[in-house]
Design a protein around this ligand. Structure first.
Ligand SMILES: NC(=O)C1=CN([C@@H]2O[C@H](COP(=O)(O)OP(=O)(O)OC[C@H]3O[C@@H](n4cnc5c(N)ncnc54)[C@H](O)[C@@H]3O)[C@@H](O)[C@H]2O)C=CC1
Ligand SMILES: O=C(CO)COP(=O)(O)O
Length: 318
């Protein structure tokens, strides 16, 4: 039995794909009303309207006991609390973080949190370019499963691969989790540039220099370069910075247009930008685009000033 914790967009999409592949799957939510509504309508009307839930997908407020893997598809800043509340049930199971970000209070990534909170479990992360709606509609996607234990990684890769989820494997958990976290920050910046009408050339420059920033921090923290250039890094950066399906990009577009953005929408890059800047300072690294995103979020500068700041930095080699 595979358990997916978090009946948001991503958790529901993964549960649909896995259930359609014939796995017994339980989709867990803390919210009784949501569970009743989803059971009745066989649809996640809030997050994935119009997409039917497979007949054999179980939806519950209780995590089934057992030994099967548990996928944690809750927002990054909530993950620690969710684990704390369910620690006893999660102990000894293979745990797969399905979130993208860095915890603001500790600057830790999801795998590090899993290892700290439940040291006896295998800790992995599933990340890479994939919009929940695409997965849920059965469109093809490719993801990265990172697990430090290579044998466990193979087992998880095999058990989570489905007709439309092609999973690649790595043991580089640091690279995989940082790629997914940092691309959201750059997507906010790319959205802001797009929203302000600064043009596709500016966005391409920003994505490229943003990628350099991602590499600077990730490599300094021990990531492997090929992970950053793979699906979980470059791949997800491209998807998130070029599609308005991305919430991080849409949030950035609103910033660029000086418009309000619905605060109930999950935008991982905002908290992660602050956590990233903190971590970069500890490493003695410069991350000018991330710093500009934080200054924009804090209302300390306007987008034009942010661009002037970036463009007036000392000229250097690429
Ligand atoms: N939506 C997408 O296309 C993708 C999302 N992700 C990642 O998946 C993670 C979750 O994102 P989404 O599912 O899109 O967000 P969402 O906003 O659609 O859903 C989040 C879910 O977590 C639940 N939740 C929040 N706090 C909780 C708590 N304390 N205890 C229990 N449940 C809690 C909410 O009730 C909600 O159902 C994020 O880190 C995101 O970056 C990754 C790939 C694709
Ligand atoms: O991570 C994602 C695609 O890979 C989803 O991006 P958003 O969270 O910006 O919607």
């Amino acid at each position: 039995m595979i358990t997916v914790m978090g009946a948001g967009a991503f958790g529901t999409a993964l549960a649909i794909s896995l259930a359609e592949a014939g796995h017994p799957v339980t989709l867990w939510s803390r919210d009784h009303e949501q569970v009743s509504a989803m059971r009745l309508a066989r649809e996640n009307a809030h997050r994935l309207p119009g997409i039917p839930l497979p007949q054999f997908l179980a939806i519950d407020t209780t995590i089934p006991a057992g030994t099967g893997p548990v996928l944690l598809a809750v927002p990054m800043q909530q993950m620690r609390d969710v684990i704390k509340q369910h620690r006893a049930t999660l102990e000894g199971r293979d745990l797969v973080a399905c979130c993208k970000g860095i915890e603001l209070s500790t600057t830790m990534g999801p795998v590090a949190i899993l290892r700290q909170m439940i040291p006896d479990s295998a800790a992995a992360i599933l990340t890479g370019p994939s919009f929940a709606r695409d997965i849920a509609r059965g469109l093809p996607t490719a993801l990265t499963l990172a697990c430090a234990d290579p044998e466990k990684g193979i087992v998880l890769q095999q058990s989570l691969t489905t007709r439309n989820l092609r999973i690649y494997r790595t043991t580089d958990t640091i690279g995989a989790e940082l790629g997914g976290a940092l691309k959201n920050v750059i997507a906010i910046a790319a959205g802001a540039v797009t929203g302000a009408g600064l043009g596709d050339s500016a966005r391409a420059a920003l994505m490229t220099r943003g990628y350099a920033e991602m590499q600077r921090l990730a490599l300094s923290l021990g990531a492997r370069p090929d992970t950053l250039s793979g699906l979980s890094g470059f791949g997800d950066l491209v998807l998130t910075c070029t599609s308005p399906q991305s919430r991080n990009m849409r949030f950035g577009m609103a910033l660029g247009k000086n418009e309000a953005f619905d605060p109930t929408i999950t935008v991982e890059g905002a908290a992660t930008a602050r956590a990233t800047l903190q971590r970069a300072a500890e490493e003695g690294l410069e991350m000018p685009i991330t710093a500009a995103v934080v200054a924009l979020l804090d209302g300390k500068i306007q987008l034009r000033q942010a661009m002037d700041m970036l463009l007036s930095r000392p000229l250097k080699e690429e």
